[in-house]
Design a protein around this ligand. Sequence first.
Ligand SMILES: [Zn+2]
Length: 271
Amino acid sequence: MGHAQRAFRPSSTSKTAFRLRRLTLPQKPWSSVSTLVRELREGRGTELGRSVVLTFDDGFRGQFVHAYPILRRHRLPATVFVVSGYVGRYSFYRHLGLEGFPRTDGTTPPLAWLPLSWDEVKEMRRHGVEIGSHSMSHRSLGLLPENEADFEARRSRQILEARLDAPVELFSYPFGSRAFGDFDWNLEEMLREMGYGGACTTVIGRCAPETDPYALPRIPMEDADSLFRVRCKLSGAYDWVGRLESIWQRLLAREHRVDNGLPIGTGFLPG
Ligand SMILES: [Zn+2]
């Protein structure tokens, strides 16, 4: 079942630059996740207006090579959520399903899909990119025993704070779907108690003044997005997609997890 796979494969990384250039065209005020979270927590969500926040999950090298130069040139605020246990490793993320590297036929997946190095993470941070945690190992926290979920969130943050010598207050749930159980209210509460200020999901939608800062929805950008479609997405035309998606995911989750009696996570969480 390819949904999560497709959604999370960095197949679009090489086109990130192209899309970002498009994004810089509409005259939108830019903001950051930390600003967004602060305004939501202080009940000033109405001041969000129509600002746009850019986030990148997983921390791929391609994001450093293609997206970061444009972010820097245009002074665009952005947040990169890195998987602490993978930074600096010469191995592909397990959730990409690229096991068996190096391949026997001698080909390799694009190196842009490798995790960032610590130097790259630090370089981006020095130039204004916010760094958040995307767990230790990119497993769905909601499908882990409580102590392991705790470790994933706590340890990943400790490592980032030690490496960056700065506080880390943002989290992004691996896989990020509420309907598939990747996060829930208990996990939100756990992050809050740990001292995180907010967390991003992959639930499709835009933030509103009443949005829970520990369950921030987002809008995915696709390879095929034209400037017109980017504008549509930013103006709310895609919000219905999120509602449909969550209904679809609930049906799917039920089919795969209950009716078929498969172990939790089978089918959409490789590894
Ligand atoms: Zn991810």
